[in-house]
Write a protein that binds this ligand. Structure first.
Ligand code: DGY
Length: 313
């Protein structure tokens, strides 16, 4: 009998046919079902494939005791209770590497958009607000030559740093480990926040990084600094950031991720100096298809009894 694989929602751009001889594919609707229906539909599944937003925890695993492999679509694992998976000897895999460049590109896009008021200018032009030529109108902030602080210096943080060097930026970073990256300087978080004109977040969401960009830390940043978040929404205290954007303590922000997606805190809606995107960091056709390919590859390996390529420890 073929093992059952349940897709919590559809994975884009991936041909599922090669899997069919080996696994019985179920689920995969455009939106994830509510938990009760999910449990019903996934009953008997050996492989469960959530995306980076679909919570997998102890109660779900207890409701689906046949699940032996959680093949997660995405590199972040904060939506998975890894202890619960370990305790039940459930294999977890994810999709690292393939989304590094797309996410770094998006971070730079947000950084530039925030600094140069791209979204605000677009809104203004569309609304007919550009009425006179004025060289002092809608001035932004120069990017070239400024200091970028990268919080979390894994694959994506380093890819952002490489791009920033193209803008002749000075790059500071925080990381638990020193990186082999001679053009960037490792510093502690306080130094990074104090010295950076731009701060881009690339750390995983853990108990230690929840609300890392707190009111107190925001207050210690350079006045007018720009914040970019393509990591996880919960790394930022939204109320504090919105207040700092309103007061000018933070000059602008580019935010791609939010604590309770797809809900975006209302506090940002009325602010012109924040650029909001709907979790598009990895959102290119090529990258989202590559992520799906890694999910399916490891599911196939699991179904054949082969060791996974991308296990999460
Ligand atoms: C991930 O893979 O964790 C990303 O957030 C998806 O864009």
């Amino acid at each position: 009998m073929k093992p059952i694989m349940y897709l919590v929602r559809a994975l884009p751009g991936q041909d599922l046919e090669p899997l069919r001889p080996f696994v019985d594919l179920r689920g995969g609707e455009q939106t994830a079902p509510p938990r009760e229906r999910l449990v019903e539909e996934a009953r008997g599944a050996t492989i469960l494939a959530p995306t980076y937003i679909d919570r997998v925890d102890g109660p779900l695993l207890d409701a689906l005791p046949s699940v032996r492999h959680v093949a997660s679509y995405g590199v972040g694992v904060n939506h998975l209770d890894l202890d619960a998976c370990r305790a039940r000897k459930v294999l977890v895999t994810n999709t690292p590497g393939v989304l590094t460049d797309a996410t770094a590109d998006h971070a730079i896009a947000l950084l530039l958009a925030a600094a140069r008021r791209v979204a605000e200018g677009d809104r203004l032009v569309r609304a007919g607000g550009w009425r006179a030529v004025d060289p002092a109108f809608m001035l932004g902030t120069e990017v070239t030559g400024k200091t970028l602080g990268v919080v979390g210096f894994g694959r994506i943080g380093q890819a952002v740093a490489r791009r920033a060097l193209g803008f002749r930026m000075r790059v500071l970073y925080t990381s638990p480990r020193a990186a082999d990256f001679p053009d960037a300087r490792q510093v502690d978080l306080d130094t990074l926040l104090r010295e950076s004109d731009f701060v881009s977040l690339h750390c995983p969401l853990t108990a230690d990084t929840d609300n890392l960009l707190s009111q107190a830390r925001i207050a210690r940043m350079k006045r007018g600094a720009i914040v970019v978040n393509t990591a996880r929404g919960a790394v930022v205290d939204d109320a504090a950031l919105a207040a700092a954007l309103a007061s000018g303590q933070i000059g602008a922000a580019g935010l791609d991720v939010f604590r309770d997606e797809p809900r975006v805190p209302q506090a940002y809606a009325g602010l012109e100096n924040v650029v909001l995107t709907p979790h598009l960091g990895s959102g290119t056709r090529e990258t989202r298809a590559a992520m799906a390919r890694l999910v399916l590859e490891d599911a196939l390996r699991f179904a054949k009894g082969e060791p996974p390529r991308h296990p999460v420890p």
